[in-house]
Write a protein that binds this ligand. Structure first.
Ligand code: ZN
Length: 335
């Protein structure tokens, strides 16, 4: 990944870092904060490459990814770059002091140092304090990157000494695009992107056979409910409930049903660019023809009610039975 890639997802963050690199005015400490899956770790690695790269200059700050420094960072063994992760529940003072000791005694390559602290919200107060003292040494050529999903849990004294870079959630389009870049089909990528804005989580879902089968079953169910070609309840007993056999899975099923109905609504609204089930467009159009917008939104309300019952620990079979009846009820009134 280069700064060009970073700027596609995190425009502001990329601009701030590129400007600082061009002016050779990097801050001593950055706090990379924002939700999971927004590219914080990749950005930290990119900045480290840009910091150590032997082939960059002020004109072109993109790291070359070929020199010995870039390659050592990419393979995770650059001696002057250290990643710290919580040891158990917290990042303890010993972890930080060992790191600092290592930095001062190590057979050093240069006076440049770079460290990255993941889950920085788990720094103990003592660990944070010794870190701060280090960051603030005036002669220090050390860059500290703190990464967190919970910036509000960090001590004010830490946050105030860092330049805060906020990572925003990726757009659905961007996530789907990245998933397709990994070889995932568009219909599955759309669904993964609809379900989560964490790119790693979305990729895990899409790579799982369970997920593709889940999608097929939901399409089949919606076809049955709206088309009445076969008994949807029978299908629920035979295939649906065995596949969605716990609350978490059933919650995903209900989300899939909701996206389906939202797609039908999008067709009513002539907003086809937001369609998730892109390969089912004919079926969706057919269902939009057969039901009014009011009926579709009524069905969406029924799905939300089912999600709520799920949260209240009602048994899965009864949640689905009631939902199917309510969804079918909607079509009886079709004009
Ligand atoms: Zn390089």
């Amino acid at each position: 990944m280069g700064f060009q890639d970073l700027s596609k997802q995190q425009k502001t963050v990329s601009r701030i870092l590129v400007n600082a690199l061009k002016r050779e005015q990097l801050a001593h400490a950055y706090l990379l904060e924002g939700p999971k899956g927004t590219g914080k770790r990749q950005a930290a690695s990119l900045l480290a490459q840009a910091y150590f790269c032997q082939n960059k200059d002020r004109e072109n700050i993109e790291p070359c990814q070929k020199c010995v420094n870039c390659r050592r960072i990419l393979s995770g063994n650059h001696p002057d770059l250290v990643w710290v992760k919580p040891d158990g529940q917290s990042i303890k003072k010993e972890q930080v002091s060992n790191l600092l000791k290592e930095f001062s005694y190590r057979g050093v390559e240069s006076i440049k140092k770079f460290f990255v602290i993941e889950e920085a919200d788990k720094l103990t107060t003592q660990a944070a304090n010794s870190l701060l003292k280090f960051i603030e040494e005036p002669y220090s050529q050390t860059i500290a990157i703190l990464i967190t999903e919970h910036a509000h849990q960090l001590l004010d004294t830490i946050v105030s000494r860092c330049q805060v870079l906020t990572f925003i959630p990726l757009s659905k389009e961007r996530i789907a695009e990245q998933l397709m870049g990994k070889g995932i089909s568009e219909p599955l990528a759309n669904l993964g992107a609809a379900l989560t804005n964490d790119i790693d989580e979305a990729a895990d879902y899409c790579g799982d056979e369970w997920f593709a089968k889940a999608r097929q079953l939901v399409i089949q169910l919606m076809e049955g409910i709206m088309g009445k070609s076969h008994s949807p309840l029978l299908m629920v007993y035979d295939q649906f409930l065995p596949h969605f056999d716990d609350i978490r899975k059933m919650d995903i099923a209900l989300d899939f049903i909701l996206y389906w109905l939202r797609d039908v609504l999008s067709i009513h609204l002539e907003n086809e660019k937001d369609i998730v089930y892109i390969d089912q467009i004919d079926l969706l159009k057919n269902q939009a023809l057969k039901s009014s917008m009011q009926q579709v939104t009524g069905r969406m309300t029924a799905v939300l009610a089912a999600k709520k019952r799920l949260g209240a620990n009602v048994n899965l079979q009864s949640v689905m039975e009631q939902l199917v009846l309510r969804l079918q009820g909607g079509s009886h009134h079709a004009v």
